[in-house]
Design a protein around this ligand. Structure first.
Ligand SMILES: NC(=O)c1ccc[n+]([C@@H]2O[C@H](COP(=O)([O-])OP(=O)(O)OC[C@H]3O[C@@H](n4cnc5c(N)ncnc54)[C@H](O)[C@@H]3O)[C@@H](O)[C@H]2O)c1
Length: 249
């Protein structure tokens, strides 16, 4: 049990990577607040996992709701070891000039401002208890951008720099901040990233760019995430690690 007794919030946990992380964290002994904008999805994931998972409905772009999420974790579990900022939003794959302002704003609100709100709500809690961890789910898109996802790419680039600057400023408080940068995975966001229907032919065009010859599975991300939240990673901060089958080489 590598996460025995850890109390962890996972956002965007009603689907995809977040649901897989929640499942695996509980398997490793943690209690998890399964937080998502889609309340019924969060409830279903939590129900399937069992009593160590508690559902919560949140819009991570709204400060008061993020504060309520942290309060809920504290009241449900009595403590908070880590926040996994995984919820994400993308425009569909299209020319950058075709993305309207509201969609651009939503991208940055969900992918970047959420980190600000999570810091506002959780850092005081972590400082009071003598430490804690954030794990942000960025993307290879923020390291090696490709055409068609420009504003999403930019938001993930911002998430990567936010991870590093949070890490350096919060290090003296023993608060670690790391990020995972997944390659394209089979989740609810896949068709938007591809900008075309998810057919075997279309998928194979994307798979061809990944040296290990497949897309990411949600559990690839979950397995990598576990390490960053264990005590084995107590001296690891500011790392933005690709989980990408070699895509960013
Ligand atoms: N799937 C990929 O190819 C891929 C690749 C790299 C990075 N990512 C990142 O991984 C993270 C997880 O995405 P996924 O691929 O599992 O997609 P997904 O669509 O399966 O899951 C995303 C979840 O986030 C929730 N969500 C969206 N906006 C929210 C908000 N404002 N507040 C709370 N919850 C919200 C959705 O309801 C959904 O349940 C995202 O940050 C995404 O950008 C995904």
């Amino acid at each position: 049990m590598r996460l025995a007794k850890k109390k962890i919030i996972v956002t965007g946990a009603g689907s995809g990577f977040g649901a897989a992380m929640s499942r695996r964290f509980v398997k490793e002994g943690a209690q998890v607040l399964v937080a998502d904008l889609n309340g019924p999805a969060a409830e279903k994931v939590a129900r399937d996992i069992g009593p160590q998972a508690v559902p919560f409905t949140v819009d991570v772009s709204v400060g008061s709701q993020v504060k309520a999420m942290v309060d809920k974790a504290l009241s449900a579990f009595g403590d908070l070891d880590a926040v996994v900022n995984n919820a994400g939003y993308t425009h569909k794959n299209q020319p950058m000039l075709d993305v309207d302002e509201a969609t651009y704003d939503r991208c940055f609100a969900v992918n970047v401002k959420s980190l600000y709100w999570a810091a506002q709500a959780a850092v005081p809690v972590f400082r009071k208890r003598g430490g804690g961890a954030f794990l942000n789910v960025a993307s290879v898109a923020g390291i090696r951008p490709r055409p068609g996802l420009s504003w999403y790419n930019a938001s993930k680039g911002a998430a990567i720099l936010a991870t590093k600057t949070m890490a350096v400023e919060l290090a003296p408080s023993k608060i670690r901040v790391n990020a995972l940068c997944p390659v394209m995975g089979v989740t609810g966001m896949l068709e938007s990233f591809m900008g075309m229907p998810d057919t075997p032919e279309n998928r194979s065009r994307f798979v061809a760019t990944i040296p290990m010859g497949r897309l990411a599975e949600a559990d690839d991300i979950a397995k990598a995430a576990v390490f960053y939240l264990t005590d084995d990673a107590e001296f690891v901060t500011g790392v933005c690690m690709p989980v990408d089958g070699g895509r960013t080489i």
